[in-house]
Design a protein around this ligand. Sequence first.
Ligand code: ADE
Length: 234
Amino acid sequence: MYFCEMRIDILSLLPELMHSAFSASIMKRAQDKGLVEIHLHNIRDYSDNKHKNVDDYQYGGGAGMVMRIEPIATLMDKLMSERNYDEIIFMTPDGAILEQGTVNYLSLKGNVMILCGHYKGVDNRIREHYITKEISIGSYVLSGGELAAAVLVDGIVRLLPGVLNDETSALTDSFQDDLLAPPVYTRPPVYKGWTVPEVLLSGNQQKIDQWREEQSLERTKIRRPDLIKKQNEG
Ligand code: ADE
């Protein structure tokens, strides 16, 4: 028997952008099993004026519209009156770059709210008074925070106990120990003359484990030397 581990509320102007990300495969299974509830909210539904405006010109002039404070604050106040949130996250290219450690940390929380930005940004008072964490998924600019939020939520949900079939598989992910995962192969053993490393077919588990460790280390040295450096410093 599972109880609901986590609730995630996502506030967005384009919630439909995230529907498919959460309605297939592992994300779907996690929700079907009751391990996570993902609630998508359309900020426009909380607009206070008859035109349902959600953006406005920025004070001081300049190109680009800014997301208005009222609809977002109204929705956040409503949600916060219903339960306590462990974190209120803003997806933004000027946030801290997302790393596995943050994903692990968030997977241990009960209630998480995520705000997706759009236009030139959001009235900064939202960031000053509501947001507890600002996250970027990389040094590039997307047209909105929705796809970034989907990436974050996917990373979190797959770590919740009971979501993955093979409980150990999240533990051997790349990055979980600051090492990249070793290469993997499946049948057939020979394809177009291309072979699978002998050791994997040897049946000698000790040798296989040792080979995987070496491959992990080698791959990390070549592809992500910064991770090795981080290990030596930590
Ligand atoms: N919104 C726009 N670009 C983004 C990024 N790189 N990460 C998170 N949110 C964003």
